[in-house]
Write a protein that binds this ligand. Sequence first.
Ligand SMILES: CCCCCCC[C@@H](O)CC(=O)SCCNC(=O)CCNC(=O)[C@H](O)C(C)(C)COP(=O)(O)OP(=O)(O)OC[C@H]1O[C@@H](n2cnc3c(N)ncnc32)[C@H](O)[C@@H]1OP(=O)(O)O
Length: 645
Amino acid sequence: MADLRFDGRVVIVTGAGAGLGRAYALVFGERGASVVVNDLGGGRHGEGKSSKAADAVVEEIRSKGGKAVANYDSVVDGDKIVQTALDTFGRIDVIVNNAGILRDKSFARISNDDWDLIQDVHLKGTFKTTQAAWPHFRKQNYGRVIVTASNSGLYGNFGQANYSAAKMGVVGLNNTIAIEGRKNNIHCNVIVPTAASRLTEDILPPDVFAQLKPELIAPVVVWLCHESCGETGSIIEAAAGWAGKCHLVRSTGSLLRARIDEIVTPEAVRDSWDKVTDMSSAVRMESIGEASGALITAIEETREKSQSSADGKRVDMRPTVGCSALASVANSAVFLLDLAFFSNGVVSKFNYSPRDLILYALGVGSTVANPSDLRFLYEGHEDFSALPTFLVLQGVSTTMETGIVGNLFSGKDFNPAKVLHGEQYLEVLRPMKEEGVLEVHCKVVDMLDKGSGTVVLLDVDTFDESGEQIAHGQMSTFIVGMKGITNKRTSPHNVPTAEPPKRAPDASISQKTLLDQAALYRLSGDRNPIHIDPTMASFGGFKTPILHGLCSLGFSARHVLQQYAGNDPTKFKAIKVRFSKPVLPGETLQTDMWQEGKRIHFQTKVKETGSVVISGAYVDLTEVSAPPPKVCLNTTQNIKTKDIK
Ligand SMILES: CCCCCCC[C@@H](O)CC(=O)SCCNC(=O)CCNC(=O)[C@H](O)C(C)(C)COP(=O)(O)OP(=O)(O)OC[C@H]1O[C@@H](n2cnc3c(N)ncnc32)[C@H](O)[C@@H]1OP(=O)(O)O
């Protein structure tokens, strides 16, 4: 592999007159970078000023054929240092925030000056210098930043409270600027060096001191600043020719109350303290999303415990915490009557009325602009009926309400915001009435390891109030990032997807979803906040809230019914889909269809991006018929297309 070069790059190293900074500057200079050697030239306690140190390093770089310029400003005037880079070399690519001083005192003896000076040089100096370069980094879509922390910050060190605080301060600064810089290819990392320098020479024993050469750390910093290094947001410890990544970890912790409606008492905290502080199965937290996701899990576990404590009997479900990913459906249009647990599954009952059927139909894009949709939107219509896919709603509500999926991962790092709908199957066995009660039996039938996550398969059987089964379904949830739960990759229980024929689609219908589509759809029962709340969506790794998978399914099923069943819901038999990519509210769904007898294969794309979002999908009809007469079709290249605005 090629040597790591910095030709054409401009690098600022602060505090580069000696020790680590000098070592960094020399390696950058040797590898083709133009280097701004910043050093105020003061003593290690911040006293005095001199241009000597910086000048000597500039001379050293130049004597080896490199390019360098000196700067003698304090890092608190970081904008001046950046200006030197711009004035001399015309750009800035890398900032190594290395400058530092010490004012060691035991905590009780730290004066305001001791405190302020240390915070100024380490924390404010890093802020000022990096911030001055930031607009240039963003404009050129490239930047590399190193901030320098210390073991005194990470672990504490007697007599260095002011310095420890500043050093942890730069870690926090780095954590956030790494996130903010990501979209502009600005990488920020923390180096935690243990080097023989003027800061450490009388702190470390002489034999250890001799092994801690700055030259053994400089290559680590130089690699982190190279354009080919993808690392960002990390804390890297380096010393004596060794480097390692350092992480914050957290214990699995303990619930502090038995039920969601109980308060937490100090005694309960005392009694759980061993578990709270047990680090034997500590896990690392990669992001605020992960950390908060675990809190959501704690809330859900408490709710699940509350339910289990009902000892298998029916329990009264009430809406609970608003931000919960498993938010209650008790206020939803499809009203949850009650819920019970059986051996390996759960039963729930739902009351529904024409209002719920209409709300669902609107949620999946039925519109009065299409006259044949009126039967789904107006209870006074002579053929008023439910869209058959209404029967997918209750399985999701039951799963979320009972936590039967979350329960499977008790004690694991389960983040509900990372539970995606993977696949859905629904077979309608009998027509449903305009109103009534649905009893839904839901159970886990298998778990699969899919490499990037775990799939949980759930069977869902739906009965009407007379006890007749009206539907059988299967949903799969894909828990992104959950690994090592099972060795199984496939399951005999899984209803398979089916690939479409290898020819151009026979028909295609496009329909733009509303920006408020998820906000509307969720009123039918799936209150999962990843579909509405930007913060919760970010916990799942999404930039903005995503559309419910079942909402997209509803759109496509409608398109198939329109195209091949005259929009007659009684001709619907079954549907199977895989949700292969998320959809954003406001995007246009394009359902491409292929007829093979009574099976209509389909694939749904987002028209704006061309991404396939539903794959391996089909609708089985009892009978195929022509589209209703009032639907106007345009024929283009053998593809019949209708755009619903
Ligand atoms: C707790 C309460 C229950 C909650 C129920 C749901 C509540 C709802 O509110 C939630 C939602 O509606 S979420 C929105 C709808 N769903 C989505 O947007 C998911 C879209 N899909 C994806 O992003 C990826 O497919 C993704 C991320 C799922 C997988 O992508 P990759 O990691 O890139 O996987 P890939 O490399 O393509 O394949 C690896 C193996 O996984 C199988 N696989 C892929 N997608 C799958 C899917 N959607 N469902 C099931 N299996 C899937 C692949 O086949 C492959 O396995 P194998 O090698 O064995 O074939």
